[in-house]
Design a protein around this ligand. Sequence first.
Ligand code: GDP
Length: 443
Amino acid sequence: MFDALSERLESAWKKLRGQNKISESNVQDALKEVRRALLEADVNLQVTKKFIEEVRSKALGAEVVAGVSPDQQFIKIVHEELVVLMGETDAPLAHRENPPTIILMAGLQGTGKTTACAKLALHLQKQDRTVLLVATDVYRPAAVDQLITLGKQINVPVFEKGTQADPVDIAREGLAQAQADQIDTVIIDTAGRLQIDQDMMGELAAVKAAVQPDETLLVVDAMTGQEAANLTRSFHEQIGITGAILTKMDGDTRGGAALSIRQVSGQPIKFVGIGEKVEALQPFYPDRMASRILGMGDILTLVEKAQEEVDLADAAKMQQKILEASFDFTDFLKQMRLLKNMGSLGGVMKLIPGMNKLSTDQLQQGEQQLKRVEAMINSMTQEERRNPDLLSSNPSRRQRIATGSGLKVADVSKLIADFTRMRSMMQQFGMGGGLPGMGGNPL
Ligand code: GDP
């Protein structure tokens, strides 16, 4: 995801690297690079211009934090602005107290609208919400059948009246059915066209007026690129949307659509589609997305730490320890807590080269794994933490830790093996040089 964009941005950081302060002249080149990267990623021109101005003024006004180089600080500012641009917080879906909550799905044909209806239905079902899918796309020949098939697959009822009925009537009757059956949420699939067309907009507006939805979600294909801005604008002006679902983010897609939607409509991206399967839907997290765009979780971690006034001398000591392979479980726990306090798993795993492109699922699993790791380290004696080798050779110590943490001996053995491997990997790459984007600066 966003590979091209993050690669382009890499060269922007390089231009700032080695400079010792952010000034008008050295920020100029980096900004140009960011601008070019965004435009090449098909971000709308106006959106890009506004973004660049924000970053410029923030960068020039920024206090240089001790122990952090200008390129790192610049990245932090770019990251923060990306988060703002994409919507700041993850936006929840409306949920009416008196059911049913009504969700109207809009979008062009082929964007993944029908699939997204089923994905969303499954997502809500997992939260114990009952769902009724309503098929009003009477034009695309297979749309009704497709929704029926998807409904069966996830065990969600589908209200349909074939392809001869009027979409507004189908929507109204579907809603009445949901009320009668005390269904929690109704998701209405609507007809798309290959391009924006007044018939489609007229029909969509009529369905919307008839059912008064709580959410009108625009489904946008992430590969739409530059067009996404115009598309979003048209739908928002003519229909009024409350959010978007960005599909096909699993493909070889550029970042433009994600960056443009919010800016153009003022409405958030609520979900991201990451595959053809019904399970392939994720909430949209702007901060995570921004980190992924930049591919720079480790740098952000570093800057945050410095800003939180973590003792930098301590950090330097940590680096020394890693190089000397005396990095132990106490240090590991300390690092983990720091990362956890920042509320993201940018952390230990991401510091390892090649591990910075994790999916949300992987991140969640990682977070759980971190909890288990913490429980195990907490069950170690101080001596064991200082000297992990004690554990490699002593099964009864491993058994005691397993009992103490409520986990299996195999988990403890795996932790020790992983830790040992990680420590030698850190040494091999050298914290001062080889980690992605570290630029030779002390940890
Ligand atoms: P609609 O015309 O907008 O209702 O589009 P469909 O739901 O029929 O989807 C069009 C095509 O895109 C189908 O082949 C889907 O399987 C595929 N599709 C939908 N969402 C995604 C996604 O998130 N990723 C990928 N790779 N394919 C998707």
